[in-house]
Write a protein that binds this ligand. Structure first.
Ligand code: NI
Length: 208
């Protein structure tokens, strides 16, 4: 009887210890994700190697010495991209001469079709200072990853569900404001209007 009680007692104790062992680590306060970033800087942007519309190789130093508005898209995009580039164009027109300190940058997510020539003629529809970048698929994919941009080729199908051979590129539509050090300063959703972005840029350019 005594032995049985002792046995049950130790089993309960063992069980309690096991539960504590399993759950204690989870109960310990975890460091907040924000505390992981020692600089407090959002990890968007980084090194890239791309080709401009003149066929020259450029890298992230292109963004240094001035503010930049960076947008990833593709020239065959039916609606979102043209709207975004139009919004950037309007933003810079709204800013007037102050806007000359901001470099608008378009980076292709569809380099197979977006050759430097294709990008150049596409950008003729938008602000004349637009810098258009493309490259090899590996280069644009790497750049997109640095900017946390999601992009996926999606093959189009006809009414019978047969692939037409044509494709679109599903992608995130954030517009990034990069500071004169070439680092992330802010971002805008695809719904941001030109006056809103212009106001944010005015504040940035005024150093606040
Ligand atoms: Ni698009």
């Amino acid at each position: 009887m005594m032995i049985k009680r002792l046995l049950i007692g130790s089993l309960i104790l063992l069980g309690t210890l096991l539960v504590l062992l399993l759950y204690l680590p989870a109960m310990r306060p975890q460091p907040l994700p924000m505390q992981v970033q020692t600089t407090g800087e959002v990890q968007i942007g980084g090194p890239f190697t791309l080709i401009n519309t003149r066929g020259e190789q450029v890298n992230e130093s292109l963004l240094e010495g001035h503010y930049s508005l960076v947008y990833f898209g593709f020239t065959y995009c039916p609606d979102i991209c043209p709207l975004a580039l139009q919004t950037i164009t309007e933003t810079l027109e709204t800013l007037g001469p102050v806007g000359d300190e901001v470099m608008p940058v378009f980076i292709s997510l569809d380099p197979e079709r977006d050759t430097p020539e294709v990008v150049a003629s596409y950008l003729e529809h938008f602000h004349p200072r637009f810098v258009g970048l493309t490259g090899t698929l590996a280069q644009t994919t790497a750049a997109a990853e640095e900017y946390r941009v999601y992009a996926k080729k999606s093959f189009l199908k006809d009414a019978d569900g047969v692939e037409t051979g044509d494709y679109t590129v599903d992608h995130t539509g954030f517009l990034y404001l990069m500071n004169p050090a070439g680092r992330y300063a802010d971002h805008f959703s695809k719904d941001a209007t030109a006056p809103e972005i212009a106001e944010r840029l005015r504040r940035a350019l005024a150093g606040s």
